[in-house]
Every structure is written in C-alpha cells, then in structure tokens.
Design a protein around this ligand. Structure first.
Ligand SMILES: Nc1nc2c(ncn2[C@@H]2O[C@H](COP(=O)(O)OP(=O)(O)OP(=O)(O)O)[C@@H](O)[C@H]2O)c(=O)[nH]1
Ligand SMILES: [K+]
Ligand SMILES: [Mg+2]
Length: 507
C-alpha cells in the first residue's frame, strides 16, 4: 500500500463520527473459508464482545496486530457460539483502510456467514459496507491514491497475465509514485519562482535561481513527452489489443480464427465471400488480451451486402493495433511450381494491392497500412519441393515479407501453427510490453488528458521570459494541479510549506 508522504492527520472526532462497516470480502456462495472484513472505530469493541479464547467463556484478549489468532466467535448479545474463526487485527493507521480493521476467517458455509453478518449488524453503529466503501475509506485516509484505486479495480477484472501484472503494478502505486515525484519537482520549482517574486531584489536569493528552475522544468517536460509517446500501450493492454485478420476471399481467414479460438466461431465454406460482417473473438495469446476480428474477403463485387462487408473489413484493418494478412500460398504458385524468379513475388504484391496494401497504380485511395504478419495459408497445397524456394524468394525480394514477417501455415493440418503463435506473441511483446518497472505506463485516457494538460502548462512556462515571473508561477501551479487531478492529491500548500522551511529565505 502507498502511504502518502503528505498525509494529513485525522482528528479523533472525525474518526468517532464514522460508522464501523463490515462485509463479506471473499466470494459469495458456499466455500471452504469466508473472509469477513470489518473497519472502523468499533473494531476493538467488536472483537472484545464477539471473540472468546477456545474452550473459555471469557472474552479473549485483542490478538496482536497482524498475527492470526484462533478464536471462538460468539453473538455479542446472546453469547451463542457462531463458529471457530481465524481472527486478524490490523491497528489503524497500519491497515488497508487506515482505520482499525479486523478480518474474520470463518467457515465458508452460507448459514455461518449469515449468522456472523447478523451478529455484526446487531452492534451499535455497525452497518454493511457499501460497494467499494473500504477502498473509499482507504482513499479518504490517504492510504491509496486514485491511480492505485484504478489499478485495484483493473486487478479485480484482469483476465490475462499481462493485464494482471500491469494492474498490480499500478495498484501498488508505481504510477502514483512517478506522478508524485514529478509533482514534487514542479512544486519545488513553483516555490523557487514564488521566492523570486517575493524576494526578487533580495540579496539572499541566489543568482541564477530562475535559470535553475527553467532547466528542471525543461527536463521534466522532456520526461513527460517521452511518457506520452508510448503508443497507448498501457491503455491498449488494459482494454484489449485489436488484431484484424484480413485478406482475399477464401484465403482461410475464418478457418484461422476458428483455429486460434479452438472452436467454430465463424462459418467456413469453399464459397468466396462467406464472411460478411466483422466477427470478433477475445483470446489470451501469450498472456496478452487480444480482440481478434475476422473480416470479409476484400474484393470488388456487385453485391451491395458484400461491399458493405468489404468496407467494414477495410475500416477494421485501418483501426487495428495489429494487422495479420492471410493469403493463399498455393495461389502464388505457377501451376504448382515456383516459376521464374520474380513471379511469386509479383503475385504477392498484386494480391496485397488488391486488398489495398502497398501502392495501387493509378489510385489515390491507397491507405498506408503495413501488415505486421503475412501468413501464407494452405501451405499443405504447396508441393514440399517448392516450399523452400517460395519462402526464400518472398523473404529475399518482397519488401513487406522481410524480417520474418512471412509465416507459412496450414489451417487444415495445423502445421506451422505453433511457430505462428510464437511469432505473434513476439510481435505482441515487442509492441505492448509494459513490464518496464522504472516506467509505469499510462493505462487510462484520463491519465493521458491530465498529463497532456500538465505538459502544455510546462511548455507555456518555457516560452515565458524571466520578467513574466508571475505568469510563470501560474503555469507551474497549473501543471502541478493537472498531476494532482491525476492522482487525486491536489494539495500544494503542504509541499510548499515543507519546501519553504528548507529555503532559509525569511529574515
Ligand atoms: N487445403 C487447405 N484448405 C484450407 C486451409 N484453410 C482453409 N481452407 C479451406 O479454404 C476454404 C475457405 O476457407 P474460409 O476459412 O472460409 O476462408 P475465408 O478467407 O474466411 O473466406 P471468406 O470469408 O469467404 O473471405 C474452405 O473450404 C476451407 O476449408 C488450408 O490450410 N489448407
Ligand atoms: K469462404
Ligand atoms: Mg471468412
């Protein structure tokens, strides 16, 4: 958990005014163990009234903080034994919420849990927690900032390894710490600029203070720019990487989707133009969440419905994060053979041109999309003797096929599928690896907006002259405020006070 370095102390009155909240924190329904969490000023009283040492009628001592203790759980008024439970006590502020917290690990039966919850509800000023209320209290008590809370929410809904890791890092406060480092630097600069305003003529102000501030703001702006130029990696991993499969009709695109998904998601047939709509399936590929779109085969057609499908296919291809083009390898051959040197290469070029990739002669409507992988499907139909030559010719002579961008595959026999998956995972890792610990990613549009606002203010600052020192202070204040909105920690005065006390500028 992240403790704010600037946590304001809560007055005892505020604490007392609060209800004690409780909830079943583990999943609902029958289970081996259930965890009931209790937080608030009444926790000690609750443990005193509801727990006994085993085989004893006497109230048990409060368990040592953070140590599990076995207790008999009883009803606070009737004294009925409810269960034997493992009890853990966390003394505020060293707890998740920052208040006194107890965890009761009871047997997971539905009736046991209900009895325990009913017993808790009978205590004065105790009530069931609202949704997210424990985390809300953690935020109010400066135990968590907004980005950590968002990370926690993402962690609860993470479906793949990469999402889990990213969410965990954010929940642990990596983004928060980075933002606080930036914000502290900005507030420090602000303090110096305000010192220049207040004591500008004073001999106690060092020479060159303003230049120092400019340097540090310049560096900060560079760092923020670098952070914003992340190709939206974190956001994409959070919501799913969009991979489009496109290609000519009958290349085997739907067969490939079905192979990836390991079930019959899309209709496969030998009729060209089978797929019309975009068909989506969300899969876990090497730990990455990937939303795969199978699309209509791209070709000219008189059929208005098919043309709408083709339009959607092109649109999807243009918007995708990753593009996989599937072609029929057999169609690149000349009567089953790799004929004179440039033929297969030319055929690939023309196949790609037909689906709008690469320069289209005499057309201004070519869109500049580059495939991330070109899959040569129906490899089983390529005679084994022709395979090495075909591959060599393409990788050597086709500009889009170089650097291992071409992979042979047979959806029919599944030959080449494992190699293709490895290649795909490699591409995903290259494009979306978020494991850079020193550089926690931005995972929400909201983060990006506040960072942009912050950068804008810093850039405005850098355009000002030293004479505009009042405006300069205003921009720095705005920059720090933007970051404060990102983390939910907007207080500037506390940092300022702490810094001013170090400057020794007062007489
Ligand atoms: N021999 C062979 N046939 C394949 C392979 N992959 C797919 N096919 C066949 O090719 C035909 C077309 O497959 P689909 O998956 O429908 O192709 P598509 O690209 O989705 O076609 P459209 O949706 O019409 O654009 C079907 O008869 C498949 O069985 C393969 O690797 N080898
Ligand atoms: K088809
Ligand atoms: Mg299809």
């Amino acid at each position: 958990m992240v403790a704010s370095p600037f946590s304001p102390s809560e007055s005892p009155d505020q604490t007392l005014a609060r209800d004690t909240i409780f909830a079943l924190s583990s999943g609902a329904g029958k289970a081996g163990v259930a965890v009931i969490r209790v937080s608030g000023p009444g926790v000690k009283e609750c443990l005193h009234r509801m727990t006994r040492r085993r085989h004893s009628e006497l109230p048990a001592d409060l368990p040592k903080p953070r140590r599990a203790a076995i207790r008999t759980l009883v009803h606070p008024t009737t004294g009925d034994t409810l269960d034997h439970a493992l009890v853990i006590f966390f003394q505020g502020p060293h707890s998740y919420t920052g208040e006194d917290v107890a965890e009761l690990h009871t047997h997971g039966g539905v009736a046991v849990v209900r009895a325990a919850l009913d017993a808790l509800a009978s205590l004065p000023q105790f009530r069931m927690a609202d949704k997210g209320e424990f985390s809300r209290r953690a935020f109010d008590n400066d135990k968590l900032d907004l980005t950590s809370l968002e990370g926690l929410a993402d962690l609860l809904s993470a479906e793949t390894e990469v999402q889990r890791k990213q969410a965990l890092r954010q929940a642990e406060g990596a983004l928060y710490k980075l933002c606080e480092r930036w914000r502290t630097s900005m507030v420090r600069s602000l303090a110096l600029v305000e010192a220049v305003i207040d004591f500008g003529e004073d001999e106690n102000i060092e020479e060159g203070v303003y230049a120092q501030v400019r340097d540090s703001v310049y560096q900060l702006a560079e760092e923020l720019r670098g952070h914003l130029a992340d190709n939206r990696r974190g956001e994409i991993v959070r919501t799913g990487i969009h991979l489009a499969i496109a290609g000519p009709p009958n290349a085997g695109k739907s067969s490939f989707l079905n192979l990836l998904a390991q079930r019959q998601v899309a209709i496969v047939s030998d009729q060209a133009g089978t797929t019309r709509d975009v068909i989506e399936s969300t899969l876990d590929i090497g730990g990455y969440p990937v939303v795969i779109s199978d699309t209509a085969g791209i070709r000219e057609s008189g059929d208005t419905i098919e043309m709408e499908g083709v339009r959607r296919a092109k649109e999807r291809l243009a918007q995708a994060d990753l593009r996989l083009i599937l072609v029929d390898a057999h169609a690149l051959l000349d009567g089953g053979q790799v004929s004179c040197h440039p033929a297969a290469t030319d055929r690939l070029t023309s196949t790609l041109q037909h689906i709008g990739i690469g320069p289209v002669p005499g057309s201004s409507s070519a869109w500049p999309v580059n495939p991330d992988l070109i899959v040569l499907n129906k490899w089983d139909l390529v005679p084994p003797s022709a395979r090495p030559r075909l591959l060599e010719q393409l990788t050597r002579h086709h500009p889009l096929a170089r650097d291992g961008h071409v992979v042979p595959l047979s959806c029919l026999s599944q030959d080449g599928f494992t190699a293709l998956l490895d290649r795909l995972t490699g591409r995903l890792r290259a494009a979306f690896d978020t494991a850079d610990l020193a550089n926690p990613g931005i995972t929400q549009i909201r983060h990006r907006q506040h960072l942009r606002g912050c950068l804008e203010a810093l850039e405005n600052f850098l355009e000002l002259e030293e004479a505009d020192v009042v405006l300069a202070a205003e921009e720095l204040r705005r920059a720090a405020h933007c970051l404060g909105q990102l983390t939910g920690r907007t207080g500037v005065e506390q940092i300022l006070d702490a810094l001013f006390s170090q400057f020794c500028i007062g007489k």
